[in-house]
Design a protein around this ligand. Structure first.
Ligand code: URA
Length: 441
């Protein structure tokens, strides 16, 4: 077998422009060969691009997911009292929901074994956000992952050389080769992680809109169906919420900034959109874990978990267990900011019509929230603090957002993008829907 033949088979030719389906052996040859270091990145990049353009059948997507899953070992949670339920987002801007969600759900008696990813394209990554907490470790051994779940009800890890190494490598490669927005590649990436971590039931946040990889309802529904179908075929119970990603979520975008906003949510003083979504996902997870009979009962439990302080206590205990220092985190809150910054002010009077999530996310990459190359480090202190969002009144010259960069050189490009991201209107715009659809089994 040769990699180039597999690439050409998927790529197709003028007589067969859509390419052909690959067999398990062919997918395994490429993916396992890449993980072993035998197939070079340039061939895997070409194959990813042919999948991006020609897609994969439902069967091929299942095979790719299985091959990626079996590239490493699966975490065994036996011996720990369940239920185990996890959530995963398909990627957004300012989407920090996983961070407050895990301790809230754990505080309600449902265990959360969470395996997440890094910044991808213009979207942020849970692992990069967590690692902005000085000392925090996200490459956990199976033993530590199990032990932290037993102690606090949740643990946060990433793909490692042992657990889904194929996703660790492919994820980083897709990030810098323009091959992220693909239903089969996203499905296999997410589900290989989610099956490897050992959860029984999964709740997916399929983001839809400018700041998502799926820009339209039609594409978001395709991804939702792929996640439900492949997830169920792998023996998982699955719920999907399709949610609005036209504007950054909350008021903070950036790695450490989003840790701060997550702490606000855990203290019951987070922004309305982010709090509402966190509660909706938490309620579903609590219902799927069997700790509440109805969604409303689930909501009441998570409100109590926040009000009682239990969720925040678990978050801080997790920070300590995974290598961070809770006292240092508290001291840095609200003051740890990059010295390279500017304030974007309003060009006119009126209302904010929108702050485009894609453009804001892209500005974030320029600022250092994400990467341009696989070997680049992100900047923990880079990002945006939004003072105004859609539907808020603004006067010319008033601050719209504070912008923080990794260095002074990146600020001009970010400013040009952010000026374009803000749209004004002379009439208060209607509120947008936050949750478009719920798909349950
Ligand atoms: N999240 C993932 O884990 N993988 C993707 O491809 C997109 C979002």
């Amino acid at each position: 077998m040769r990699a180039v033949d597999i690439i050409m088979k998927k790529r197709g030719n003028p007589g067969n422009p859509g390419g052909s389906e690959l067999s398990r052996q062919e997918i395994e040859f490429l993916v396992s060969g890449y993980v072993r270091g035998e197939i070079p990145e340039y061939q895997v990049s070409a194959w990813l691009m042919s999948v991006y353009f020609n897609g994969m059948s439902f069967e091929e997507t299942g095979l790719l997911t299985d091959v990626m899953l079996k590239s490493g070992s699966v975490i065994d949670l036996s011996g720990i009292q369940g239920p185990f339920v996890d959530k995963h987002s398909t990627g957004g801007v300012g989407d920090k929901i996983s961070l407050p969600l895990a301790p809230i759900v754990a505080a309600c008696g449902v265990k959360v074994p969470m395996m997440s990813g890094r910044a991808l394209g213009h979207t942020g990554g849970t692992l990069d956000k967590l690692e902005s907490i000085t000392g925090y470790r996200t490459a956990l051994s199976t033993q530590d992952f199990r032990s932290y779940i037993e102690k606090t009800g949740f643990a946060m890890t990433g793909q490692t050389a042992e657990i889904v190494p194929a996703d660790r490598l492919l994820y980083a490669l897709r990030d810098v080769t323009g091959t992220v927005e693909s239903v089969p590649l996203i499905t296999a990436s997410i589900l290989s992680k989610k099956v490897a971590e050992g959860a029984d039931a999964l709740v997916f946040d399929v983001k839809c809109g400018s700041g998502a990889f799926m820009k339209t309802r039609e594409d978001a529904e395709k991804l939702a169906k792929s996640l439900v179908g492949t997830g169920q075929a792998m023996g998982k119970r699955v719920v999907v919420l399709i949610t609005n990603m036209n504007e950054p979520l909350g008021r903070m975008v950036g790695n450490f900034l989003e840790i701060e906003e997550s702490m606000d949510i855990l203290e019951g003083k987070g922004p309305a959109d982010t709090t509402a979504l966190t509660n909706a996902f938490a309620a579903w997870m609590i219902v799927m874990g069997g700790k509440a009979a109805t969604f409303d009962e689930g909501l009441a439990l998570c409100t109590h978990a926040v009000r009682s302080g239990k969720a925040m206590e678990l978050f801080m205990e997790n920070v300590r267990l995974q290598g961070g220092n809770p006292e240092q985190l508290r001291a840095e809150r609200g003051v740890r900011r990059s010295p390279h910054h500017f304030t974007l002010t309003a060009a006119q009077d009126g209302w904010i019509d929108s702050i485009d999530a894609f453009t804001a996310g892209l500005a974030g990459v320029y600022l250092g929230v994400g990467r341009n190359r696989t070997d680049e480090a992100v900047c923990p202190e880079a990002g945006l603090i939004l003072h105004k969002k859609r539907g808020e009144r603004i006067s010319a010259g008033e601050p719209i957002m504070d912008v923080f960069g990794k260095n002074s050189g990146c600020l001009d490009s970010a400013r040009a993008l952010l000026e374009k991201a803000v749209r004004y209107t002379d009439r208060k715009p209607e509120e947008e829907t936050l949750i478009y659809a719920e798909i349950t089994d």
